[in-house]
Design a binder for this molecule. Sequence first.
Ligand code: PEP
Length: 247
Amino acid sequence: MDKKLYLIGNFKMNMNMASIKPYLEDLKKVADNTNNAVGICVPYVYLPYVSETLKDSKALYGVQNMHFKDSGAYTGEVSADMLLDFATKLVVIGHSERREYYNETDEAVNLKVKKCLEKGLTPIVCFGEKLEEREAGTYKELIERQVSAALEGIEEESIKDIIFAYEPVWAIGTGKTATSDEAEDAIYYAKSIISAKYGKQIKSIMLYGGSLKPSNANELLSKPSIDGGLIGGACLKMEDFESIIAN
Ligand code: PEP
């Protein structure tokens, strides 16, 4: 495969200090020996260690959420400036688990995307339908709503600074993957929403996420509209993550 891919791991609430240490040593070797862009999004508490360890590596790193305000009485939250203290690059925004368990709304996603762009952070904007919407055949409306809402008020020149991730909820952590044709079709459609809004010339980076693993990575990642993967479970074992990256 000769296209450059973005292969970003999402640790979710997994790993600990003992497992992260050897993991980062392996990650540095893997990321420095590929032309693909490789990154991980870690729990906040590991950010100081991750930023120090990866500072001379090509591996990108980031976190899984961020508040849209600069500072204030928001107990338990983390601001963009705090992330920048550790030279953070990536921030996952609007992951389905945050939408589902923490009531993250389309409006909050939009405000977070705007804050990331203002601060020079790269948002990884997640969108994707639930099983009911897939089965009812209304998933394209959902994709249109989530993508359009995330981009409300965002200028054309910022699109290149955003990474999108199509993550059908029914495929996340379930072992059930979208077929490569389903993923290609949804991502092609999402890209066309962006082209309709900003003009045909616009290029957007769009990843697939949802039970991506070594056995299905090649087929999904070779699809023309898919620019890489957001990888949950399979990024936790370096052997699996490396196999996805190497292939
Ligand atoms: C994710 O967390 O974004 C994800 C895609 O998880 P998994 O690969 O485990 O389905």
